[in-house]
Design a protein around this ligand. Structure first.
Ligand SMILES: Nc1ncnc2c1ncn2[C@@H]1O[C@H](COP(=O)(O)OP(=O)(O)OP(=O)(O)O)[C@@H](O)[C@H]1O
Ligand SMILES: [Mg+2]
Length: 385
């Protein structure tokens, strides 16, 4: 994995160099390399069990790596106990002390360090202001909603202004609407404070919307590291393509000098760079639902046109989703902005079409990875292939 960020010892930088974590003979983290810039918001994204929490726990000091080196702000951290590292962690379960008030919870770490009363009062007030919880400072955790409790947990982690904050699915316990609000607030807070965030999630939309860069992980490795645009538009493997966003996958054989895949009676043509595809070999084509247009007339003579029957229409807020049945169990998903969606009825004959720029081609080895991953949230997209 190459990285454009130069190694640096600036406050808030993080470096993982060939970091390995074994539990017995099981490799949970498999030689990870990652350089995080000061003030960067980086997400670790991947299916359950891929090693996200283990990576955070090593940075926090709750686990020691089996091999490799880790540095925070340029300093090697091996052997440094958790409370001596310039880092705090926020977990999914907020773990507030139930018998203490909000203010006492936030003050806890400062009190442990023997911070003076006046300074402590001021720091706690500042931290509670950051998360808009000062009016509720005297409440106990059980008198708060889930979102409010998570804000307190955040204030507690920020009160001593660490250079690095590790967040392990911090919004996982919140309902969708609150979660989306907190995503915006958290991102805003992070950019205001300039603290480096390493944020673990298995929610790809959350990672896409909040991160400067995303490390997509699988089986203890980083599959791809890049900014959200690159990860979405230029997935380096079928796994990344399938895990980030939705895909229509087509199994078939490479054709056309490695520029096409013949699958299920149709040929999917790509104008993208493809590597390692030789004609006749097993291959996989992927097309995102939002790249596919559905029309009630034959667009005629184009590449990448599939005829079918409109099997379903779903209204997803600002987007309409069409499900087109193209025979033999093959279903094609299309998503069109509401304002430009055609008026169609289920049962009618329709044509799916897309530009060759939007066909991704992968080798069979990469395809197997997607197919074999039972933990992937996207497994259902593959149904019918
Ligand atoms: N203390 C441990 N002993 C043995 N195996 C462990 C231990 N901690 C984690 N593992 C294993 O290491 C792998 C990675 O676990 P980890 O908790 O890092 O996954 P994760 O990516 O955070 O998953 P999730 O999204 O479910 O939280 C898993 O297979 C897990 O079972
Ligand atoms: Mg985890």
């Amino acid at each position: 994995m190459t990285d454009t960020v130069s190694p640096g010892g600036e406050t808030g930088s993080v470096e993982l160099i060939d970091v390995v974590k074994m539990f017995g003979d099981f490799t949970a983290v498999d030689s990870i390399n990652l350089q995080v810039q000061p003030g960067e918001f980086i997400s670790l994204l991947g299916p359950s069990g891929c090693g996200k929490t283990t990576t955070l726990r090593m940075l926090a000091g709750f686990e020691e790596p089996t091999a490799g080196e880790m540095r925070i702000s340029g300093q090697p951290i091996a052997g440094t106990p958790p409370h001596k590292r310039d880092v705090n962690t926020v977990f999914q379960a907020y773990a507030l002390f139930p018998h203490m008030t909000v203010a006492e919870n936030v003050a806890y770490g400062l009190r442990q360090r023997g911070t003076g009363k006046a300074e402590m009062g001021q720091k706690v007030a500042e931290a509670l202001d950051m998360v808009k919880m000062r009016p509720l400072a005297e409440r106990k955790p059980k008198q708060l909603s889930g979102g409010q409790q998570q804000r307190v947990a955040l204030a507690r982690a920020l009160v001593n202004r660490p250079s690095l904050l590790l967040l392990d699915e911090p919004l996982g316990a919140l309902d969708r609407k609150l979660r989306e609000e907190m995503q915006i607030e958290l991102k805003l807070l992070q950019s205001q404070l300039g603290i480096t965030f390493i944020f673990v999630t298995h929610d790809q939309e959350e990672a896409l919307s909040m991160s400067d860069r995303i490390a997509v992980m699988l089986d203890g490795r980083i599959e791809q590291l890049g900014d959200p645009y690159t990860i979405y538009e230029h997935p380096s493997s079928a796994f990344v393509a399938g895990f980030i966003g939705q895909q229509n996958f087509f199994n078939g054989k490479a054709a056309g000098g490695g520029r096409a895949v013949s699958a299920e009676g149709c040929t999917l043509i790509s104008s993208r760079d493809t590597t390692g595809l030789s004609d006749g070999s097993e291959a996989l084509a992927a097309v995102r639902p939002e790249a596919i247009t559905v029309t009630d007339t034959d667009p005629g003579g184009q590449q990448n046109v599939i005829r079918g029957e409109l099997a379903g229409i779903s209204h997803l807020g600002d987007v309409i989703q069409f499900v087109v049945s193209a025979g033999e169990g093959r279903e094609i998903l299309s998503r069109v902005p509401r304002t430009s969606a055609p008026r169609l009825d289920t049962g009618q004959t329709v044509w799916c079409s897309w530009n060759a720029d939007h066909t991704y081609l992968f080798t069979a080895e990469q395809a197997e990875l997607v197919m074999a991953d039972p933990a992937s949230d996207k497994a259902e997209v593959l149904a019918g292939n």
